[in-house]
Design a protein around this ligand. Structure first.
Ligand SMILES: Cc1ncc(COP(=O)(O)O)c(C=O)c1O
Length: 442
């Protein structure tokens, strides 16, 4: 690995490309999550767990296209499946064999999923889940937890990053807009709940339960400090949804990478519907919604249906399907166990570095999913994640020093492992974090 050479200017070739890019792309990029000051690094190539930028600097990639590449970059088995499919066509109007095989595999692994429909992104999957729930219940509103991210569909771009001045009481959080451009009717159609407080959730259900079509939850809210559900919390939520006739929708777009059966296998609860994305596409664009046959039947055009229309020119395209199938087939229970061990090793090593340096920063996570949190407190919900947080500028400096030391994580501290990694890469990361932390101002 070539750590970045010391330069006066950060990643100069990326800087030049950024200047050019901003003439054509707002912010010089097609997505917000990788933008940071002074500019993103621009990638040129990647293989395994290493990515090389346009300056020729190679880094260990602990971000893996925002957690979607569980086998890292250009995995030979996935590549072979894609190349073989390229020869047979990239997209057909017709369904194909790999689509059936991938559906069968996911249904066999996820206990709550009886039928599945593929799409093109996690956002699209959440959107279709909400529509199915509305059609099934005849209700409009949705419930979600404060601080939880579920993509960029209007109804879920709410209360993701509420500020203390607007977030309202802890046991009945206000619903706030998280983006411009949301229809003004959206806020009234979303009820925001506090995570991990079952008594408060129960009280809010008593008030709003009969108006909710669905309740949306990420069993491991990787984007809001990774609070682990308290024992029994998701089972309690399941019971409340059943009692009030609310469709329970799990967002496993990210958490599906922590166990063969996803976050629901690890943390419990029984969703009616589950949204997937990221790793199930083997590195190509993907999404899927799966769940109880009775609800999924709303999508079935045979027998006079469907009541919920879903299309998507590239939904279930064979290129994504063969890549996803190859990726999931390689994710054996043994491979999950190995990733679990590596995950424990990196969290233990990195946290030793933070503790020794007296930094109030910690790495949390589950299995191959990690997050560098701006707090040493145990995060139980969004507010405990935000309270006592180390300044954003210190976290930004840490992100920049990590890049200089050859490590890629997101600017928000999101990180994950990939199967090409072993103990050597984990230990190299811990050593790099040690060097990066030493550069922070005392
Ligand atoms: C928990 C969660 N849900 C949904 C999404 C949206 O997925 P996509 O970016 O594929 O639209 C994301 C994306 O990061 C996510 O983290």
């Amino acid at each position: 690995m070539n750590p970045a050479p010391p330069t006066d200017r950060f990643a100069p070739a990326s800087g030049r490309l950024y200047e050019e890019a901003t003439k054509y792309l707002p912010g010089g990029t097609s997505r917000i999550h990788y933008w940071f000051d002074p500019h993103p690094i621009y990638a040129r190539s990647a293989r395994g767990c290493r990515l090389t930028d346009v300056d020729g600097v190679e880094r260990l990639d602990f971000l893996n296209n925002m957690t979607s590449l569980i086998h890292g970059h250009a995995h030979p088995v996935i590549n072979a499946a894609i190349v073989a499919q390229l020869e047979r066509g990239t997209a057909w109007s017709e369904p194909g064999e790999a689509e059936v095989e991938l559906a069968k595999l996911i249904v066999s692994r996820v206990r709550s999923v009886e039928r599945i429909r593929f799409g093109n992104s996690g956002t699209e999957s959440v959107m279709l889940g909400v529509k199915l729930a509305r059609a099934f219940t005849g209700r409009d509103r949705i419930g979600k937890f404060e601080g939880f991210y579920h993509g960029y569909y209007d109804y879920v771009q709410t209360s993701v990053r509420s500020s203390p001045s607007a977030w309202g009481p802890p046991d009945a959080p206000a619903t706030t807009a998280n983006s411009g451009g949301l229809s003004s009717s959206v806020l009234g159609e979303v009820v925001t709940f506090p995570f991990n407080d079952l008594a408060a959730v129960e009280r809010l259900f008593a008030r709003h339960g009969s108006t909710l079509a669905c309740f949306l939850v990420d069993p491991l809210a990787s984007q809001s400090g990774g609070p682990v559900p308290a024992p029994g919390f998701l089972d309690g939520l399941t019971a409340l949804c059943r009692q009030h006739g609310v469709v329970l929708l799990y967002d496993e777009v990210v958490s599906f990478r922590i166990a063969p059966g996803g976050g629901q296998e690890k943390f419990g609860g029984t969703p009616d519907l589950t949204a997937f994305g990221k790793i199930i596409g083997g590195g190509l664009p993907v999404g899927a919604i799966g769940g109880r046959a009775e609800i999924m039947a709303l999508l079935d055009p045979s027998g006079g249906g469907p009541r919920v229309l879903s299309g998507g020119t590239f939904s279930g395209n064979p290129l994504t399907m063969v890549a996803g199938l190859a990726a999931l087939q390689m994710l054996t229970p043994e491979e999950f166990a190995r990733l679990d061990r590596l995950g424990a090793r990196i969290r233990e090593g990195v946290n030793r570095v933070f503790e020794n340096a007296g930094e109030r920063i910690r790495m949390v996570g589950e299995g191959s999913l990690c997050r560098i949190n701006p707090t040493a407190d145990v995060v139980t919900d969004y507010r405990s994640f935000v309270k006592n947080a180390v300044s954003a500028s210190r976290m930004g400096l840490l992100h920049r020093h990590l890049l200089d030391e050859g490590i890629i994580v997101s600017k928000a501290g999101m990180a994950c492992l990939s199967t090409p990694m072993g103990e050597a890469e984990i230990d190299a990361c811990v050593a790099a974090v040690d060097r990066a932390v030493a550069k922070l101002p005392r």
